[in-house]
Every structure is written in structure tokens, then in C-alpha cells.
Design a protein around this ligand. Sequence first.
Ligand code: FMN
Length: 142
Amino acid sequence: MKAAILVESLTGNTWKAGELIAANLQQEGWSITGLSPVKQPDHSSIQEADTVIVGTWVHGLFVVGQAPWAVDRLRALPSMAGKQAVSFCTFALNPGKSLDVMAQALESCGAQVLGGLALHRGKLAAHAEEFAARLIDNTAAK
Ligand SMILES: Cc1cc2nc3c(=O)[nH]c(=O)nc-3n(C[C@H](O)[C@H](O)[C@H](O)COP(=O)(O)O)c2cc1C
């Protein structure tokens, strides 16, 4: 499988998670067509990929009002028609319904959304491994 990874990150956690996910997928034989910022998406990496992985971070008041950061930028990503998409968000306390909001945004880009996972910022390595394992299982089951 070929995956493009797009990341929105302020302090680096989500970018790190993207790198860890890439490494985990590569270990299982996937190729990564590119890792680029949502702000400046690498269009050719999206075109080349069959799976687009999009990550951002959760902002809000920690227990209320949580939302994925820059959801407007997610909605403005290039067309993903004919591709599958998966999301992840990093968070500190509680991601709220951030993944649902991300799924809607990716659907609006034409992707078939498989799902998503919230990654705790203190457990990035373990949660990135879990994300990659679930994605591989989900794709293999098709
Ligand atoms: C302004 C601000 C608001 C935040 N609000 C929340 C929140 O409501 N819930 C939560 O779980 N984490 C919240 N966080 C924590 C971030 O989601 C977490 O640190 C994330 O990993 C940051 O990703 P980044 O390093 O890629 O920017 C907030 C962080 C900031 C800076």
C-alpha cells in the first residue's frame, strides 16, 4: 500500500506522531509517498497514494469545546476522490469529538474515510504503533 501523510502541528507532537506512523507502516512493507504539512500539502504525494493519513492536534478548554485544530485547512485539502483516508489527532486530556469532525472534513474532500485514532501526547510511540497496526488490519480485511 502507498500512504501520503499530512500533518498540522504547533509544538511538534503531531509531526512526531506522523513520523512514527510512517516508520511503523514502512516496517510492514508500506511505502510512504510523502510527509508534508497540511498548510503546504505535497500534491504529488497525495496523487500517488491509495491511502491518505491526516493528523492534527486537539484544541479547546481541555474538558469542553475540544476540536481539531485547523479543520478549515483540512476541508481545503486537494481532492481525495477514489482514495481512502484515515485521521489521527494528538491530545493531552480528552479529544472530545475531534475525530468525528475530522472524518466529516475528509469526506468533504471526496475520500472514503476508514476511521481514526486519538493519540495521547505522552504515549506517542505506543499509540502510533497501534494506529499503524489497526490501519494494516483494516486494509488487509478488505
Ligand atoms: C491552546 C491549546 C489548547 C489545547 N486544548 C486541548 C484540549 O482542549 N484538550 C486536549 O486534550 N488537549 C489540548 N491541548 C493539547 C494539545 O492537543 C497537545 O499538546 C497536542 O499534542 C499538541 O500537538 P502539537 O505538538 O503537534 O502542536 C491544547 C494545546 C494548546 C496549545
